[in-house]
Design a binder for this molecule. Structure first.
Ligand code: IPM
Ligand code: MG
Length: 364
């Protein structure tokens, strides 16, 4: 089969890890007889430098015409000036919005191989297998007003958290659908003791729930959830939450798996269903890590697992996805580690070497 894919390497370590993701993809193509036609585009800081905007119409169009998009990372100190008119992150947010990618899936699975080498006690994290469903095109990130202004008593700024019933319902459904195909447990995370938008969130979730009687639903306040994630993470199966809450909680949850460098994500335009192809953008959850850029240090596993997720959800190729996931497990099992997951007695490798090792395994 032939597929059209857009690759947006972005900034910082983005291009380095994207190279490894593409390397693995190409080996999959060879082994399983698929052709992946790659179109490279600009987003983020590099787009600001080269095109004067964090996301050009041209890049958006390319993505709209593709079967899926693979993204590295955006941002860096060069573009961090708070007074700047445009930031690299604006490009990523606009891309999510333009492509209608409202559902961000972030699975956190603790590899048995790494269970003894994270900052947390093995008995707490053993067996963790949860998925965040983060709302991605609404909430605090997008609602208007969002601005800064001068008053007679100094400067003021505002962001606001707004949700419509429609936005809540469609994301909560993704949570229910996913829970239904897993361990049938959904935790909806909100701040309904304080925020009106969260009260609506909770109400809509409760209204949708009867359509999924097999799923056990509970509601958890976001502060309590952040505690429970560290205290008893095996409690969770699927969690569904607002954009900003999801951003914060998924960085926290990544430490269960040992490093942000391990976690893939899928941003989808619809409900993921077995056997149905859903358009999506795939990216590691880690950022551009500017201090590591150009040093062949970054862990490429997050983007390589993002490639696997892309094969599964957007291209309808589950066996191919599995081949990648198995290869990652094997390489870790053999003791190879990038700096972020390095442990005593293991073999330290760089970005490129880790990519080569995984690609070789996928090649069979
Ligand atoms: C993420 C990142 C982005 C976000 C940034 C880079 C805008 O932190 O994907 O979690 O906040 O959504
Ligand atoms: Mg984040």
């Amino acid at each position: 089969m032939q597929f059209e894919l857009v690759v947006l390497p972005g900034d910082g370590v983005g291009p380095e890890v994207a190279t490894e993701g593409v390397k693995v993809l190409e080996v999959v193509g060879k082994r399983f007889g698929h052709r992946f036609k790659l179109h490279y585009g600009l987003v983020g800081g590099i787009a600001i430098d080269k095109e004067g905007t964090a996301l050009s119409d041209n890049t958006v169009r390319m993505c709209q015409d593709a079967d899926a998009v693979l993204l590295g990372a955006v941002g860096g100190p060069k573009w961090d000036d708070p007074l700047a008119k445009v930031h690299p992150e604006d490009g990523l947010l606009a891309l999510r919005k333009e492509l209608g990618l409202f559902a961000n899936l972030r699975p956190v699975k603790v590899s048995p191989v790494l269970v003894d080498s994270t900052n947390l006690k093995p008995e707490v994290i053993r067996g963790v297998d949860l998925v965040f469903v983060r709302e991605l095109t609404g909430g605090l990130y997008f609602a208007r007003p969002k601005r800064r202004w001068q008053t007679s008593r100094g400067r003021r700024a505002t962001d606001s958290m707004t949700y419509s019933e429609h936005e809540i319902e469609r994301i909560v459904r993704v949570g229910f659908e996913l829970a239904r195909s897993r361990r049938q447990k959904l935790t909806s995370v909100d701040k309904a003791n304080v925020l009106e938008s969260s009260r609506l969130w909770r109400q809509v979730t409760m209204e949708v729930a009867p359509q999924y009687p097999e799923v056990e639903l509970d509601h958890m306040l976001v502060d309590a959830c952040s505690m429970r994630l560290i205290q008893n993470p095996t409690y969770f199966d699927v969690l569904v939450t607002e954009n900003m809450f999801g951003d914060i909680l998924t960085d926290e949850a990544s430490m269960l798996a040992g490093s942000m460098g391990m976690l893939p994500s899928a941003s989808l335009a619809g409900v993921p269903r077995e056997g149905v192809k859903t358009f999506g953008m795939y990216e590691p959850i880690h950022g551009s890590a500017p201090r590591r850029a150009g040093l062949n240090m970054a862990n490429p596993i997050a983007i390589i697992l993002s490639v696997a997720t892309m094969l599964r959800y957007s291209l309808g190729l589950p066996a191919e996805a599995q081949a990648i996931e198995a290869a990652v497990d094997d390489v870790l099992q053999e003791g190879y580690r990038t700096y972020d997951i390095m442990d005593e007695g293991k073999t330290k490798v760089g970005t490129k070497e880790m990519g080569d090792l995984i690609a070789k395994k996928v090649g069979g």
